[in-house]
Design a protein around this ligand. Structure first.
Ligand code: HEM
Length: 519
């Protein structure tokens, strides 16, 4: 104790009292330290308990593993449904060490996902290295809003409802029809749909169609698909963040990083070709995403901004449009075919309506849509029933926040549980049945439902929704006009498994083959 302090304290207490306090401390030093330690531990435990107590309700789990031993990872959506029945429209549980806040109530989803604080994203260190803070999918803040704005503009200008885009999609549909004509049985239809959706995104991003035999392009597509399908392994650093350094040494993690690099190299080469093509005039006009970025970059650089549209931003955004915009649309189309094969009465009605409105020769067009009430209801019902992105893409809480009285801790994963939204009996008359009536009025007119949200809601909602819907409508109606779809012989007995599917990042239909019978 310094002399000044001693003098000050001695004014408050007598010298004897001070000396006896000193003697007490010397005699009981160890006990005091122990008592202080216990008090700190108690406070810490009380704080931890208080935080757990303030979380949305949910089941307890094991240390480190959380609820993992109780989850059916092949059908995660079903495990989460059970918890939804028990705990309601917002609940929490630990998956590995990651706290998940699962939201499926329509009102809560709308409210929560419209807030910036719940619009972050988790990105493990290995992925951070490859993303370098660029793109849309895994970035936050100003970079995210800027890149999203430009992409949405490009998607609007070049992506949908433009006559050229519709013509391009129709040309791809014609190619698809030729393939079905040549081989109508035992069709692995997802391959055809992937080819179609990849071509559409290639046109949107690079402004060109690639030849069938282009080996570089084939490898690029294979790599993009690998990233979409890689599944649980890529989720490990997300579930066990403290192991991410160790996990980054695994051969599979290195393969993922290498695949991303290969994709980026391909895209960089394509951009360089595009740069050489586009005029340097100030009023130059582009025809694809690459052009739009190159023009934006030149304008920004003229104003001294060398960051916002740097080349790597374009590389990342292009890559993400391929990863997010191809398999998703293709798998939605595959589910539609599966549902038509599984529910032939619905298929009868769709075909009768298309033939009545567009006839049997002229391919159905967007202008027919308003009259195709039942067909639109079937497309919506198929998206509800499949719930392709059962957990959307999880968001990150940027900081500790209270939401409707619950604590949402920083870094918790916010899971928009769209499957739960789409199977809730509060919103749907027959949640577990394929029932197009969900989207029809009593006099059989199409009535969209705001509860159907396959593209999610809020600030991060899918920017590709309109393009996807355009591709789905044109492709589905063209096929239904010409072909009766049914399961190939070996798959007729496996319908339940096919419909149950497998749940990864997307909810995939089970292994299937289809026959297309010409009408
Ligand atoms: C049927 C097809 C599709 C479905 C079901 C779908 C679904 C979704 C969902 C659920 C999300 C997550 C939203 C969130 O985090 O809240 C998302 C994000 C995204 N989607 Fe789609 N999508 C589809 C097609 C497309 C297409 C065609 C494109 C591009 C042309 C695209 C580009 C993106 C991008 C870039 C994001 C990230 C948005 C962000 O983080 O701000 N998607 N999509």
């Amino acid at each position: 104790m310094s002399e000044n302090v001693r003098q000050f304290v001695s004014k408050l207490v007598s010298a004897e009292a001070l000396d006896s306090a000193k003697d007490f401390c010397l005699a009981n030093g160890k006990s005091l330290a122990a008592a202080t330690g216990a008090a700190v531990a108690l406070l810490y435990a009380a704080r931890a308990y208080y935080r757990v107590y303030r979380l949305p309700p949910g089941p307890l789990g094991l240390p480190i593993l959380g609820r993992l031993p109780w989850l059916d990872l092949k059908h995660l959506e079903e495990s989460q449904e059970k918890m939804r029945h028990q705990y309601g429209g917002i609940y929490s549980y630990r998956m590995g060490s990651r706290l998940m806040i699962v939201v499926s109530s329509y009102e809560l989803l709308k409210e929560m996902l419209s807030e910036d604080v719940f619009s972050g994203r988790q990105l493990p260190p290995a992925a951070q290295r490859t993303a370098q803070g660029c793109g849309i999918l895994f970035v936050e803040g100003r970079v995210w809003s800027e890149q999203r704005r430009v992409s949405l503009r490009v998607l609007r200008d070049f992506g949908f409802a433009r006559t050229e885009s519709v013509e391009f999609i129709n040309e791809e549909i014609r190619i698809l029809m030729e393939k079905l004509e040549q081989q109508p049985t035992e069709v692995k239809v997802i391959d055809h749909f992937n080819a179609l959706t990849n071509s559409v995104i290639a046109m949107l991003v690079f402004g060109r169609r690639y030849a069938n035999e282009d080996k570089r392009y084939e490898k690029f597509l294979e790599n993009s698909k690998f990233l979409f399908d890689v599944g649980l392994l890529s989720a490990l650093p997300f579930l066990f963040p403290y192991l991410s350094k160790l996990l980054s040494l695994l051969p599979m993690t290195r393969k993922i990083v290498k695949t991303v690099q290969d994709i980026q190299t391909f895209i960089e080469e394509e951009i360089t070709k595009r740069e050489a093509l586009i005029s340097t005039d100030a009023d130059a006009e582009g025809t694809c995403l690459c052009d739009a970025y190159i023009i934006e970059r030149r304008n920004a650089e003229a104003k001294g901004d060398f960051e916002t549209f740097k080349k790597f931003q374009l590389v990342r955004v292009s890559m993400e449009l391929f990863v997010a915009g191809t398999d998703t649309t293709a798998k939605t189309l595959e589910w539609l075919m599966i549902h038509m094969a599984a529910f032939p009465e619905a298929q009868d009605n769709v075909q009768e309506e298309i033939h009545r409105v567009a006839g049997t020769e002229r391919q159905p067009q967007l202008s027919d849509k308003a009259q195709l009430h039942y067909t639109q209801a079937v497309i919506d019902e198929s998206m509800r029933f499949a719930s392709l992105a059962p957990n959307a893409i999880s968001h990150r809480a940027i900081k500790d926040t209270y939401f409707r009285g619950y604590l949402i801790p920083a870094d918790a994963a916010i899971v928009p549980f769209l499957y739960g939204l789409h199977r809730n009996s509060k919103y749907w008359k027959r949640p577990h049945t394929f029932y197009p009536g969900h989207f029809l009025t009593e006099d059989s007119r199409y009535a969209p439902s705001k509860m159907l949200e396959p593209f999610c809601v809020g600030k991060r909602a899918c920017p590709g929704e309109s393009l996807a819907k355009l591709e789905i409508f044109l492709t589905f109606t063209a096929i239904m006009q010409r072909y009766r779809v049914r399961f190939s012989r070996d798959y007729e007995t496996k319908v339940d498994d096919i419909l149950r599917g497998v749940c990864g990042l997307a909810r995939d239909a089970g292994e299937n083959r289809l026959d297309f019978v010409r009408l």
